[in-house]
Design a protein around this ligand. Structure first.
Ligand SMILES: C[S@@+](CC[C@H](N)C(=O)[O-])C[C@H]1O[C@@H](n2cnc3c(N)ncnc32)[C@H](O)[C@@H]1O
Length: 242
């Protein structure tokens, strides 16, 4: 009970701070704290803000990129305008939304992708976790090709099954992949941010990140099947004549 009270108090305190500083959501402080640690967004950058409603992260991004920068946000929900940002309404996994983003980019490459995306919660933890992870993998599959050399991709993920596999699937494309929990994240929540820095676009993707992730997860969840496959393989191996 006491822990619960402390958490609610902390959450309200971030909410109050957001209100007094003009940010629309307390989540703005999460991005500020991520920025403070990793210096992801620079002046003049092109930033894609995925899952941007109500616009707290876009407000922060606009401040950081300055007049020369570009901020494009996308969300299922329409946002009140944020001066200096272009906020689109659409599902990031749908090709019509992806085409609109590409149109707005107009051949510019992205320096920083920030994603605070969270799918609708059903209340079934396993389902919610699985949907959230595949959504992140889909966002990566769409946006990675648009990211510049040395660029960064930061996304919210939820602690639980599949986190190690997602990290494994994304690691080849960045020289640094770290988990970070900003102070403004509720302690009671399992959310954590995956910060991937220094994109290496020369590493080609033969298989999508989603497929790689699902394959790794399947191996983890069904280790016996894996062993069976190996057994079959060894029993058919050509043996040397003595
Ligand atoms: C936690 S909120 C983001 C808060 C935001 N970073 C801010 O500071 O104002 C997560 C958002 O992800 C959005 N979302 C979930 N699935 C999506 C999808 N497939 N495409 C676009 N947005 C999505 C939700 O509509 C929701 O508004």
């Amino acid at each position: 009970m006491a822990d619960h009270w402390i958490e609610n108090h902390k959450r309200d305190s971030w909410r109050r701070q957001a209100k007094s500083s003009g940010y629309r959501a307390r989540s703005a402080f999460k991005l500020l704290q991520i920025q403070d640690k990793f210096k992801l967004i620079r002046e003049g950058d092109v930033v894609l803000d995925v899952g941007c409603h109500p616009g707290g992260w876009s407000q922060v991004a606009v401040e950081l990129v300055g007049d020369e920068g570009v901020v494009i946000g996308v969300d299922l929900e329409p946002c009140q305008p944020v001066e200096g940002a272009l906020l689109l309404v659409g599902d990031i996994t749908e090709s019509s939304t992806q085409e609109r983003i590409l149109g707005e980019l107009d051949n510019r490459i992205i320096n920083t992708i920030v994603s605070d995306i969270s799918p609708d919660i059903t209340g079934n933890w396993d389902i919610d976790q699985a949907v959230a992870m595949t959504l992140v993998a889909d966002v990566l599959d769409f946006s990675l090709d648009l990211l510049c050399k040395g660029g960064s991709f930061t996304t919210k993920i939820f602690q639980g099954v599949g986190i190690e596999e997602l990290i494994e699937a994304v690691k080849p494309y960045f020289s640094e992949v770290k988990r970070f929990s900003p102070m403004a994240s509720r302690n009671s929540s399992s959310e954590v941010y995956l910060v991937c820095r220094n994109h290496m676009p020369w590493v080609k993707r033969e298989v999508s990140i989603r497929e790689t992730y699902e394959l790794l997860l399947d191996k983890k969840l069904n280790p016996e099947e894996e062993k069976e496959e190996q057994k079959v393989f060894t029993s058919f191996r050509v043996r040397k004549k003595k």
